[in-house]
Design a protein around this ligand. Sequence first.
Ligand code: F6P
Length: 307
Amino acid sequence: MNACIRAVVRTAIYKDLEVFGIIRGYEGMISGEIIPLEASSVANIIQRGGTFLKTARSKEFMSPEGRKKAYANLQKFGIDALVAIGGDGTFSGAIAFKNEYNIPIIGAPGTIDNDLYGTDFTIGYDTAINTVVQAVDKIRDTAESHDRLFLVEVMGRDSGLIALSSGIGVGAEFIFIPEKKTDLDNLYHRLEEGKREKASKIIVVAEGEIAGGAFGVAEKIKQRFPQFDTKVTVLGHVQRGGSPSCADRVLASRLGFAAVEALLEGKQGLMVGMSNKEISFTPFEKAVKQTIEIDDHLLRMVEILSL
Ligand code: F6P
């Protein structure tokens, strides 16, 4: 997100605009924690994870009273357009805000989950999946050496895209995601079948998987296959930090730059994204509501490649 903020600030200044940073997103808009930003304010942040403006999930902004206070603060600071970086929550807030007040908003997709419609990738996703890959490669060493079965839980409360990509990237034997019912019978069958040939196994499980996440599936495996040495690793918030990958920095820079240009062209109520290497725009309503289909072919491929 820092790379995106940097691009927004520097593009806006280049275009002779005045720029403010709102601390903790909608929370800061309500409390008036709003600071002027110069080109130098965003120096040396492109390589840093997180956001130097901080972030928060704002309950108050969900109420009309909260949004009223927020709008009053924008007026007080003379702010007449917004760039909102975030995911579902950010854009749902933006929809309510733009419907009540006449304020142009362009959104940039910032979530490690990659679960927004209208962009091939969201800011943070590439870094997160590479973090998972690095961690699971290390776990694989223990799995191999000790002939263990590891269930690795990755982030994705509602989305299995981190699990799917990183699972393919680490050569996982199985990938379980919230969008698909976990087929335990198939798992048991394949564990039976494969137990003589390959002793170590990696199963990548998304946090939102419905059979109980990595711990839930591990319990079922332990009951059925007590002879397996089954372990669980939850990667957690390590996936949401660290220095961003080059792909993420480039994406964030391009989206931040395009967001400011879009506002100047009079666009509003849209999320800027990257679709087939081109900048694209999608209404907030569609970006958050339209579901992203999981390609069954990929899941089938995982089974074939892990034989
Ligand atoms: O929305 C991104 C996400 O990383 C989800 O995958 C995850 O469930 C959630 O955030 C965790 O949020 P928090 O850190 O607030 O618990």
